[in-house]
Ligand binder design. Structure first.
Ligand SMILES: [Zn+2]
Ligand SMILES: [Zn+2]
Length: 290
């Protein structure tokens, strides 16, 4: 089974950005200008508690979205929500609980993403309790150094959640505020039938995407416990799972472009992570194994 359809295009998008409509420094127009100039196909402007509607900026699709935050003792929850339209902006209010927001977003055909879970100090138990949230940011540019405390990377936190049964799909996003050049770094590649809001949201709900800062997944094929991956030239290809020690887990070299891996019986899931010579990464979604 091929996880990506060779006949469909990939679209590059950032699902998380802030502007002068909340605490960002760039105007929405300047935000769109910079992402369009960097070659993005779609962008969601997700100001805090402020929905930006659908738009088209010189061919770059604007997906409706907003970010909502909920305080808890010793942690916080930030949900980046993408919508099919702007209707929910009148329904989601500051007195809504996170469960109400998740239910409303899913009922409307939208997608709720757990933003920067490491930055948010989320516990595994909390992440495992978020029914209706299937995507989490494995990497958030703004939450990492040199912009912030080094908590942009949520790989190991989400691995613990996965080992405990919650297989989040993995997104990467900038959370751009236009403070220190954190825009246009981390993104998702979405395989959709068309560059439209319903097609992008549908692909996100079905998991037809991967997260990246540069390297590309060209093909991932799964046959039983065999996984075959083809990539752009990279320096490392690693298969990551709930198993503690696998001696063939990681391959290093110059210009690696493919690898085959046979999962052991005790591996409940496997995800693939690739790193290029500049240290830029891409992350596949976890593949559940029977
Ligand atoms: Zn946030
Ligand atoms: Zn944010």
């Amino acid at each position: 089974m091929k996880l990506f359809d060779p006949s469909l295009a990939f679209y590059k998008g950032n699902t998380h950005a802030h502007t002068t409509d909340s605490d960002g420094r760039a105007t929405p127009e300047e935000c769109m200008r910079q992402y369009k100039a960097a070659g993005y196909d779609f962008l969601a402007i997700t100001d805090h508690w402020h929905v930006h509607g659908e738009g088209n900026y010189h061919g770059m699709l604007i997906v409706p979205g907003a970010e909502y935050d909920f305080p808890f003792p010793a942690q916080t929850l930030h949900l980046v929500c993408l919508f099919p339209d702007e209707k929910l902006s009148a329904v989601i209010r500051r007195d809504c609980t996170h469960r109400e927001v998740i239910r409303l977003v899913n009922a409307a055909g939208g997608v709720a993403i757990a933003a920067h879970p490491a930055w948010s100090l989320n516990t595994t138990e909390f992440l495992c309790s978020l029914a209706g949230v299937d995507i989490a940011e494995v990497y958030n540019t703004m939450s990492d150094e040199p912009y912030n405390a080094p908590r942009g990377n949520a790989e190991s936190l989400l691995d613990v959640a996965a080992a405990n049964g919650k297989l989040y799909r993995l997104a990467a996003a900038d959370d751009a505020h236009f403070y220190q050049g954190e825009q246009c770094v981390s993104y998702i590649m979405v395989q959709a039938e068309a560059l439209t809001v319903p097609a992008i949201l549908g692909a996100l709900r079905q998991g037809r995407f991967y997260a990246s800062q540069g390297p590309r997944f060209k093909n991932i094929e799964v046959s039983g416990r065999e996984i075959f991956v083809e990539t752009s030239p990279v320096s490392r290809i690693t298969f990551i799972s709930n198993a503690f020690w696998i001696d063939s887990r990681s391959a290093q070299g110059e210009n690696l472009t493919q690898r085959r891996y046979t999962a052991r019986r005790d591996e409940a899931y496997v995800r693939i992570q690739i790193t290029d010579r500049d240290g830029k990464k891409a992350w596949s979604n976890p593949i559940a194994l029977l």
